[in-house]
Write a protein that binds this ligand. Structure first.
Ligand code: BES
Ligand code: MN
Ligand code: ZN
Length: 496
């Protein structure tokens, strides 16, 4: 997707996306074309003949009459006010089905600017394809929908135009997250992750845009006591890094947040080697880092007046003669010692260093959010489409969950029961890196909590399930990296 625009005109040679809704249980359907008045009686009859139902994720293409092609996308049950997420998904499903098409106009219910924004976002997010590594087969794979026009009679209104521009920025940086996740570890190491991000920072204008970065290499990390990052990264020929990105808005920031993202560019499990089946999905173990870094850039691109300090501890978790052994003891930044009983519980080790470093900030923080593909237990608890929210501050948590709901991302609160903490006790060090297997997601959260000052509002997002889609595409979500957490973080900051 390279262009998203808003229009109140329709060209003859156009691909036109329209909504289709179910009007009753007996197979009745209705066309929903938003602000566009269109005579659809004849088409409606043939859609019924074709068995169209208007269900979500149903996309039907028909030859056009006044235009070149109609694309009907399911909205589910007919309503006077479709939810923003219904619109986002319907637009996204159509957009996905239009790969290979150069341009399309979306006429979907968009009576409010929020609706318009949802349609634009869904259409843009659905236009993603990842063909970077196709060689001889490239020509067999269609490029994503290139030009998206959103039909609205409010096309000339400033707030409508701003909503479209925002949708484009959100989609661009979601694409960055997805690209980083989908890029294989042969091409994405801790070092190249930093290089890709710094290139994106520069193309956004760097310090002109309020963005600064700093990178710690393995020597500095070791010398300065980042025992978690070093301990996880020492088994790999691709040495670890710590990437820091800061965004400072013009004028006085309303608030200041720190983000910390798990950046394991590949998780083999280390000496606790994972089974071969499914290990390939562990190229997505840097989804948290990708989400927080790209969210920071999106926040800068949107010129939001909140300061952000982002930390991405990056390492590759490999088995080798230099890898951390079960029973090794490492020292996290700040001095806490950890007995590494399972080198596959590596995310919490790099995040511990990141959380401690984030709190060294000379500026007073209003909150810290860490984002991580942390536990298989998260997937067991909430499935593959819903992320978990844990933390130490009810109000911060509710604010985040509200932002997530607005953005259309599924997040659900989870507790950090104090009685599980003792399972992390170690007979030889301050703490072990694993505890009770039951409630494994919560145990991991309790481990991280040990590295956060009690009075610092903190949230931990476990996105192990929803970060990487190994099933099939749906709505605006492709197979592979999804980009989850970016929209919630941006929406949270917009509401700050
Ligand atoms: N990266 C994994 C968690 C994961 C699992 C992410 C499935 C996405 C999908 C993490 O580093 C891990 O291996 N966690 C272990 C922790 C255990 C050893 C306490 C797990 O969940 O099995
Ligand atoms: Mn692991
Ligand atoms: Zn991991």
């Amino acid at each position: 997707m390279s262009t998203v625009k808003i229009t109140d005109g329709l060209l003859k040679d156009e691909v036109l996306v329209l909504g289709l809704a179910a009007t009753n249980a007996k197979g009745g359907i209705a066309i929903e074309s938003g602000d566009l008045a269109i005579d659809t009686k004849a088409i409606l009859a043939s859609l019924v003949d074709m068995g169209a139902t208007g269900a979500a994720d149903e996309v039907i293409k028909t030859p056009g009459t006044a235009v070149r092609m109609f694309v009907f996308t399911g909205l589910g049950k007919k309503s006077n006010s479709y939810s923003h997420e219904t619109l986002r998904r319907a637009a996204g499903a159509a957009s996905r089905a239009l790969a290979g098409t150069s341009a399309a106009t979306f006429a979907l219910p968009s009576s409010t600017v929020e609706n318009l924004s949802a349609v634009a976002e869904g259409a843009a997010l659905g236009a993603y394809v990842f063909n970077q590594f196709r060689g001889s087969s490239l020509s067999e794979h269609k490029p994503g929908l290139n030009t998206i026009a959103i039909y609205s009679k409010s096309a000339s209104r400033a707030d409508a135009k701003a909503a479209i521009a925002r949708a484009k920025i959100v989609a661009d940086y979601t694409f960055l997250v997805r690209d980083l996740i989908n890029t294989p570890p042969s091409h994405l190491t801790p070092d190249s992750f930093c290089k890709k991000l710094t290139a994106s920072i520069k193309s956004l204008g760097g310090s002109q845009a309020g963005l600064k970065f700093r990178i710690w290499d393995e020597k500095e990390l070791k010398a300065q006591g980042f025992g978690g990052i070093i301990g996880v990264g020492q088994g790999s020929a691709n040495p670890p890094r710590l990437l820091h990105i800061s965004y400072t808005p013009k004028g006085t920031p309303k608030k200041r947040f720190a983000f910390v993202g798990k950046g394991i560019t590949f998780d083999t499990g280390g000496l606790a080697l994972k089974p071969a089946k499914g290990m390939e999905a562990m190229k997505s173990d840097m989804s948290g880092a990708a989400a927080v870094c790209a969210a920071t850039l999106a926040i800068a691109a949107l010129k939001l007046d909140v300061a952000i300090e982002t930390w991405a501890p990056l390492a590759e978790n490999m088995p080798s003669d230099s890898a951390t052994r079960p029973s090794d003891i490492i020292t996290i930044l700040g001095g806490k010692t950890i007995e590494v009983l399972n080198p596959d519980a590596e995310g919490r080790l790099v995040l511990a260093d990141g959380l401690v470093k984030a709190q060294e900030s000379k500026n007073k923080l209003d909150g810290i959010i860490d984002v991580a593909t942390l536990t298989g237990a998260q997937v067991v608890a909430l499935g593959t489409r819903t992320g978990a929210v844990m933390g130490n501050n009810e109000e911060f948590s509710s604010t985040f969950i509200r932002a997530a709901a607005i953005s259309g991302e599924q997040f659900w609160p989870m507790p950090l029961p104090v009685e599980l903490r003792a399972s992390l006790d170690s007979p030889v060090a301050d703490m072990a890196n694993i505890g009770d297997k039951s409630g494994g997601m919560l145990v991991a959260g309790l481990f991280l909590k040990e590295f956060v000052a009690p009075d610092m509002p903190w949230l931990h997002l476990d996105i192990a399930g929803p970060a990487f889609n190994t099933a099939s595409a749906h709505g605006y979500t492709p197979v592979g990296g999804t980009g989850i957490a970016l929209r919630s973080l941006v929406t949270l900051v917009e509401g700050a």
